[in-house]
Design a protein around this ligand. Sequence first.
Ligand code: EPZ
Length: 416
Amino acid sequence: MDKIIINGGKPLNGEVRISGAKNAALPILAASFLTEGTSTYTNVPKLQDIHSIKLLLSHLGARIETDADRIQIDTRNARGHEAPYDLVRKMRASVLVLGPMLARLKKAKVSLPGGCAIGARPIDLHLKGLEQLGARISLEHGDVEAETDGLKGGEINFDLVTVTGTENLMMAACLAEGTTVLNNAAREPEVVALAETLNRMGANILGAGTAVITIEGVSSLNPVTMEIIPDRIEAGTLMVAAALTHGDVLITHCEPEHLGAVIDKLKVAGADITIGDHTIRVKGPDTIQSADIQTMPYPGFPTDMQAQYMVLMCVADGSSLINETIFEKRLIHVSELLRMGADITISGQTALVRGISSLSGAPVMASDLRASASLILAGLVATGETVVNRVYHLDRGYDALDKKLAGLGADIRREK
Ligand code: EPZ
């Protein structure tokens, strides 16, 4: 297993380009299953999760060609309707093929994704919504078995905001007969990017980006050519890195308007932020100010940025409260930060972070994608050497983050 070694204390300076968004690419690639033909996607990030969904789509009969950040998917012979456990367990977002398979093939068998480090991650809202569109669903031996005589539009009220739940139902509704309304829908930019892709394929979706999405079913969808939007969480992670190390970093090929909550919070923390055309320049303050956060569905402060922001607060002047409201176990990075000398107390889903002058380098263990990123950020400012183990978690969602940080002057290297 690879590990990443960092010697802290170097300010980050220079320019860094953001890769395509993992959480936009995954549903958009899954949506290729709604059509029969060859679709082309560009600015696709090189990530383990993208490799996983390509494996799954190939298993279902798609022919895939990859050339750098460009992927072509030919679904003419994609007739498979079973997503097996050994593929789904590697990536829970595999559940995103459920809606498309059911819509086009009228049957689907997808292994129930287990929980993961950050929580139970149930998919009950996905299944309840599909049943409301006319699917018959049973859970057999760890698999979701779904079939339908033909999906019919309906009104779906999500008990809580679910990103992939909204995406799964939006895809299924595209080929359902009649009108579907999704209430309390997720408003993430990745949901909007998926809706734009589906409309370019011939779907008829209104309201994406708001809490009410209306889908008029059509009889079929066409192949598409689509560029993947920039990854707002990678951009946010690098913004925190610049602020943390008192550096001066220009982030390019990003979408500043996807980062409103993060930009506002980092300004309160003292960062000097300049917005340009698809660029964000971040100059770190001499003293980081403490500021509380509460993670919320978009456009609130993203849960995927919580661990990264916590590191910034660990070395801020003063104390801050960090309340994680989305996932029940997304404070597990705290135990590793404590090993690095952080002063954090957890009460329920809230962490009280008391700022200290500096963290101290130590060997630490990554547990999930964003926790790995937070441990690397901590290593950038800790005194001495930090070794982050199990970086396969990082490789699932960050495209060469260690190289990008080294390019900005960090003393960071990867070892087998
Ligand atoms: C998406 O996960 C993202 N993944 C996550 O990013 C992100 O953290 C999350 O949205 C929240 O923004 C992808 O887009 C591939 P949810 P998702 O359904 O859709 C509960 C990363 O780091 N829930 O919005 O799985 C659920 O348990 C990953 O890139 C149900 O109870 O998250 C959670 O508490 C991690 N029943 C809350 O809703 C359901 O049927 C939000 O989950 C569905 C969800």
